[in-house]
Design a protein around this ligand. Structure first.
Ligand code: NBG
Length: 838
């Protein structure tokens, strides 16, 4: 139920307000102009004449933020006085993307602000470009958290997002000589106008030391943790406004600081540098985001980070609860805490510790509350991504938590033994401690045992969880397992990034109605065959392709023809399971065909890539080099470059993603079936009218179900076929020798053609494919090529392509993150919307 009014329709007009507006809250053009000039002067301390582009941006940001604060305070008041049940989203990552344009849309003042800007003679686009995005996440998981924050506010669910205020987010990627080069991301260097520091909201977080067990006067056993390091977590708050509503939720990120600026005891005996060192060590904790896909070594700091933000967040929740409704016995009625993957799983032990050690609650009562507070989302089946921590490290860093985990495990395994008499193999499999090899704590098991609900992120993935990694747990309590298919926010990924498409859709789907209820896109369906709509649809796509082509030519120098070329895009993290190399093999095949037959009539294509590789992931970095090397040869070969070109967009992030999604004709979603938990880029592309070439993996399956099999280019093995082939013993060698074209494509990679004669450079990649090929590129190669040929044929029939593209958009309603959040709220959290009007 949405009680709010449509923001753009109700947006303030230029009619003077009946009562004088406050410059900090007024929504008329006049108020916005005045506010902007005031902010430039009183906050940035600048006259217009000497203002830098950054000053101009800051003034715009503060003008928008002021208008959010008004609603924020109101939301907080309503939530507090009504004792609203609240969801706390615990996530180590938030890949937020730029705030300004999104907040303008959600406030409903994009247009009036643009006009105000024009009258002040400001370059609106340049101001938007000036914003440095907070890249506090690696990829899909972090971006999902950001989409969910937007939707929580929009569907009016009281929520707090808790995380870490990394000083350095995901690294910036440069391409030098075809290789990825990482640069540190200094996103805070010019200040962050969207956050409000809360120095008084701070909590101690302890590490190391030992525990002391005793009995209190009542004879109850008590534990005291004597730590040997304490840091302080300080809150930095960012308001998150919903679309067209008064609800503003809170994103609270923690920064690590030394508890006091000097340790005077140390200082007094003269160890000044030692004292400063302790401060530096404390601040290191929230310094930098860890890239994923990194080898395990030396990740002590990562565990420190996880515990740091979890401890601050749980202490904060307890404080909030005691300040309002109290008593702690009803904690789980006030809060539900969603664990975004296992990164915050230590929360289970931390809540137990706080309830028992600090608040003297007995085990059973504490466990009841804990078990009823947490829910866990799994985001991957890849074994190397399932977190475990060595017991030795835990013992050193979190000795009290290790005791609690042992006790949780002891009690849990007792129930397993009672249920499955004599099945010790099962007990070993389900244990929170992996005893094979060095002893390690299985964080996924901790998360499952400590949660009331467990979910995967797409239908297939949720099924696979039940039959593979969490099979034993599913057998024991099937009622706790759910699926919530991921979604993405249409505000950022259509309205902000593709305004032309948004305008066109609005003509057919009701003024702004579709932006809050994406199912309304269905109204497009009946017009899918209409040549007039198709023509306009094509114009919108071509204009977006022109924008991208222009941007790419200015940033990297590749020239693409948006009029004649199909834009075929694969943009996501670089990973072997995502199979960017399968895409490259197709490019090489087309290249060879063109070389053999220069008069080959073919649909011209621009192959566009974007994506970062983890700094320590050699094979992924080699794939980037290969793409750029193939690009160099093809783009400089006049025999083929009229038909095909290859571009690698450096530094794929949210901002750059917003340039790609609108411009794609074809979206590459070609992971090996069973490996991509969901994918969310697949949704962003499709929502912007790209057709998908994809495997039956993750959310691709559901996208295909929604848009119709005839509007989706499917190829490749199913997850079940993959499983069977692996069980039979997969031999990539046979494919290599059994297919002349495949062999010649792989051989070309190592021929030296793409590496200035160096036949060794790409050898590891080719050898790995021929001998191991863990992600079965060779097994799917032929099917992929055939599918690509079909795609070219259809692209040659514009009316057909346009119809399919319109139908893709029309049927994407399910993939709004608003739907995902409603699913969580109804089926998992049991939380009602708390509407706040404007
Ligand atoms: C990723 C999956 C994606 C999925 C996102 C969001 C991790 C651990 N998992 O397929 O690989 O879309 O999570 O759920 O980053």
């Amino acid at each position: 139920m949405n009680t709010a009014v449509a923001p753009e329709t109700e947006a303030p007009t230029e009619v003077p307000a009946a009562t004088p507006e406050h410059t900090r809250t007024g929504m008329s053009k006049a108020s916005l102009k005045q506010a902007y000039i005031d902010n430039l002067f009183y906050i940035q301390g600048r006259f217009r004449e000497v203002a830098t582009p950054h000053d101009l941006y800051m003034a715009a940001a503060f003008t928008v933020r002021d208008r959010m604060l008004d609603r924020w305070v109101k939301s907080a008041q309503v939530y507090k006085t009504s004792h609203a049940r609240t969801v706390c989203y615990l996530s180590a990552e938030y890949l937020l993307g730029p705030h300004l344009a999104n907040n303008l849309v959600n406030l409903g003042i994009s247009e009036v602000a643009r006009r105000a800007g024009e009258e002040l003679d400001l370059d609106f686009e340049a101001i938007l470009e000036e914003e440095e995005e907070p890249g506090l996440g690696n990829g899909g998981l972090g971006r999902l958290a950001a989409c969910y924050m937007d939707s929580l506010a929009t569907v009016q669910i009281p929520a707090i997002g808790y995380g870490i205020r990394y000083e350095f987010g995901i690294f910036d990627q440069d391409i030098q000589n075809g290789w990825q080069v990482e640069r540190s991301d200094t996103w805070l260097r010019n200040g962050n106008p969207w956050e409000i520091p809360r120095p008084k909201i701070s909590f101690p977080v302890r590490y190391g030391g030992h525990t002391e067990h005793s009995r209190d006067q009542a004879g109850r056993s008590r534990v005291r943790w004597v730590a040997d390091m304490v840091v302080s977590g300080v809150a930095f708050d960012t308001p998150v406004l919903g679309y067209g509503v008064g609800n503003v939720n809170l994103l609270r990120l923690w920064k690590a600081e030394a508890p006091e600026s000097f340790d005077f005891q140390v200082f007094n005996v003269g160890d000044y540098y030692g004292a400063v060192h302790a401060k530096i060590e404390a601040e290191t904790i929230s310094k930098v985001l860890y890239p994923n896909d990194e080898p395990e070594a030396g990740k002590e700091l990562r565990l420190k980070q996880q515990y740091f933000f979890v401890s601050c967040s749980i202490q904060d929740m307890i404080r909030l609860h005691l300040n309002t409704v109290g008593p702690l016995e009803t904690f789980h009625e006030k809060f539900v805490a969603q664990l975004n993957d296992t990164h915050p799983a230590i929360a289970v032990a931390e809540l137990m510790r706080l309830l028992m050690d600090d608040h003297a609650m007995p085990w059973d009562a504490a466990w009841d509350i804990t078990r009823n507070t947490f829910c866990y989302t799994n985001h991957t089946l890849l074994p190397e991504a399932l977190e475990t921590w060595s017991v030795a490290l835990f013992e050193r860093l979190l000795p009290r938590h290790l005791e609690i985990i042992y006790e949780i495990n002891r009690r849990f395994l007792d129930t397993v033994r009672v249920r499955y008499l004599g099945d010790e193999a099962r007990v070993a499999r389900m244990s929170l401690i992996d005893e094979t090899g060095g002893r390690r704590i299985r964080m996924a098991h901790l998360a499952v045992v400590g949660s009331r609900a467990v979910n995967g992120v797409a239908a297939l993935h949720s099924e696979l969880i039940k039959t593979t990694i969490l099979k034993d747990f599913y057998e024991m309590s099937p009622e706790r397992f759910h699926n919530v298919t991921n979604g993405v926010t249409p505000r950022r990924f259509i309205v902000v990034s593709n305004p032309r498409l948004a305008e066109l859709i609005t003509e057919f789907c009701g003024h702004d109605r579709w932006i809050r209820d994406l199912d309304c896109l269905r109204d497009l369906e009946e017009h899918a065959e209409d040549p007039a709509l198709q023509a306009r649809w094509r114009e919108v796509k071509t204009a977006a392709k022109q924008d991208l082509a222009l941007w790419l030519s200015q940033h990297g120098g590749v020239v693409l023809d948006p009029q004649t070329m199909m834009f075929d895009i694969q943009a996501k993290r670089m990973h072997e399971y995502k199979r960017q190399h399968l895409n490259v093999l197709h490019i090489i095949r087309v290249y060879q065909r063109l070389k053999q037959n220069p008069n080959l009539g073919m649909v011209p294509r621009a192959f566009i890539f974007g994506g970062k590789a983890a700094p320590g992931y050699y094979m992924a970095k080699l794939m980037i080099k290969l793409i750029n090397s193939v690009a160099e040869v093809i783009n400089n070969d006049p025999q083929v470059n009229g038909f095909i070109r290859v571009a690698f967009m450096a530094d794929f992030n949210v901002k750059n993603g917003q340039r790609l999604y609108p411009a794609a004709d074809l979206s590459e979603q070609i992971s090996l079936a069973g490996k991509e938990a969901s994918g969310t880029g697949n949704m962003k592309f499709s929502m912007n009218g790209a057709l998908t070439v994809g495997t039956l993996d993750g959310a691709n399956i559901e996208i295909r179900d929604e848009v119709g099999a005839e509007n989706f280019f499917l190829f490749g093995m199913t997850a079940e076929e993959v499983r069977r082939k692996q069980a039979e013993g997969y031999r990539p060698w046979d494919y290599y020798h059994g297919d002349d074209e495949l062999r010649s494509d792989i051989d070309l990679v190592t021929s030296g053609l793409f590496s200035h004669g160096d036949t060794n450079l790409f050898r590891p990649l080719a050898d790995h494919l021929i001998n191991q090929d863990p992600f079965m590129v060779l097994a799917d190669y032929r099917a992929y090529l055939n599918c690509q040929d079909r795609i070219s044929e259809v692209y040659d029939r514009p009316a057909e392509w346009d119809r399919m593209s319109i139908l893709n958009v029309a049927r994407m309603g399910k993939f709004s993150s608003d739907r995902s959040i409603r699913d969580y709220a109804e089926r998992i959290w049991g939380i009602e919307p708390k509407p706040i009007g404007i």
